[in-house]
Design a protein around this ligand. Structure first.
Ligand SMILES: Nc1nc2c(c(=O)[nH]1)N[C@H]1C(S)=C(S)[C@@H](COP(=O)(O)O)O[C@H]1N2
Ligand SMILES: [Mo]
Length: 305
């Protein structure tokens, strides 16, 4: 299926008012709840089917052709479920993403533990079309939906010693076969410096292509940091913790010389095993050299960070 964000106005990021007013999900839900049989509410089905992120902010960087939805859903990196990128959907059959608790704490005056559904509905969701660049040199352009992580962090009220944010994914060997078959330091962990986490581009993400995230893409809640290599965009998050010190992260621990903590997209610094100067957009031929495109410093977001 083809996704058309073009039905929404294209506003350059520079012209976006941070306080743009749009209908909030709560008022949308109230209205739609009035039309639905009461037995549908509350529940996973209604939570998912009522998802309607406001398309009021479309972030663009350069000339972006949105990746085909089928590709973005079916060509994924999610090592908890194995090494292959094109996984059989049955691999997710034991992975339950609702209810899903997220612990938000650490060096916070206002720690909280919420269900992902509550966390999602705490602030209005908006859609953002971002470039996405995996460290393996494939790339995509994806319409995500969520809200800036900054809004949650402000609500958590960082203590003044807080300098980093630590993110952890779930641990469930029953549901995730890769957590037994791959000898990685589970659960998957990532981190950002607090100022990076507070950057307006850093998106706490609940949806893509106008729908809730699929298990393969990190349901029910993931991070998207568009100016960093894809491994920083941790999926299926269960904890967000403020910390005074730089945390250990999964890929950095596995191979520090290949995957740095900061991992900003940089075409001038090659990976030890391949060049980072170019990338292959998903959908382009993966073998045709002419389908490659230049990788941009900070993935095209240098001016926004
Ligand atoms: N928990 C978890 N998060 C993860 C990964 C993973 O294996 N486990 N892979 C990372 C990598 S390497 C990339 S490129 C992106 C891929 O996101 P996508 O599959 O939705 O495109 O997720 C990142 N987040
Ligand atoms: Mo990646």
């Amino acid at each position: 299926m083809h996704y058309h964000p073009s039905k929404f106005p294209k506003i350059p990021a520079s012209e976006i008012t941070p306080e743009a007013v749009f209908e909030t999900r709560r008022s949308f839900l109230k209205k739609s709840a009035a039309l639905l049989p009461i037995t549908l509410l509350p529940g996973t089905l209604s939570w998912a089917s009522a998802y309607n992120p406001a398309p009021s902010k479309i972030y663009k960087a350069g000339d972006l052709k949105i990746t085909d939805e089928e590709l973005a859903l079916n060509y994924t990196n999610f090592y908890e479920f194995g090494l292959s990128k094109e996984k059989n959907p049955s691999v997710y059959s034991k992975f339950k993403t609702s209810p899903w608790q997220v612990k938000c704490g650490g060096l916070a005056e206002n720690p909280m533990t919420l269900d992902a559904a509550e966390l999602r509905d705490m602030f209005s969701n908006e859609e953002r079309v971002y470039r996405f660049r995996c460290v393996e040199a494939w790339s995509a352009v994806i319409p995500w939906a969520g809200y800036p992580l900054r809004r949650l962090i402000e609500k958590m009220k960082p203590k003044k010693e807080a300098k980093y944010v630590i993110f952890k994914s779930f641990l469930n060997k029953e549901a995730a076969p890769g957590q037994s078959s791959l000898n990685y330091p589970w659960p998957y962990r990532e981190g950002l410096r607090l100022d990076e986490a507070m950057n307006d581009l850093t998106l706490l993400t609940f949806g893509m292509y106008g729908k809730p995230l699929s298990p393969a893409n990190g349901a029910p809640i993931r991070l998207v940091v568009p100016w960093k290599y894809g491994f920083k965009s941790i999926k299926s998050v269960v904890s967000i913790e403020l910390s005074a010190t730089q945390p250990e992260t999964t890929w950095n621990k596995l191979a520090a010389d290949e995957y740095g903590f900061f991992a900003n997209v940089n075409p001038d610094v090659d990976h030890p095993r391949w060049s980072q100067k170019t990338e292959k957009p998903l959908g382009g031929s993966l073998t045709n050299l002419f389908s490659k495109q230049k990788t941009l410093p900070f993935n095209g977001y240098a001016e926004q960070i």
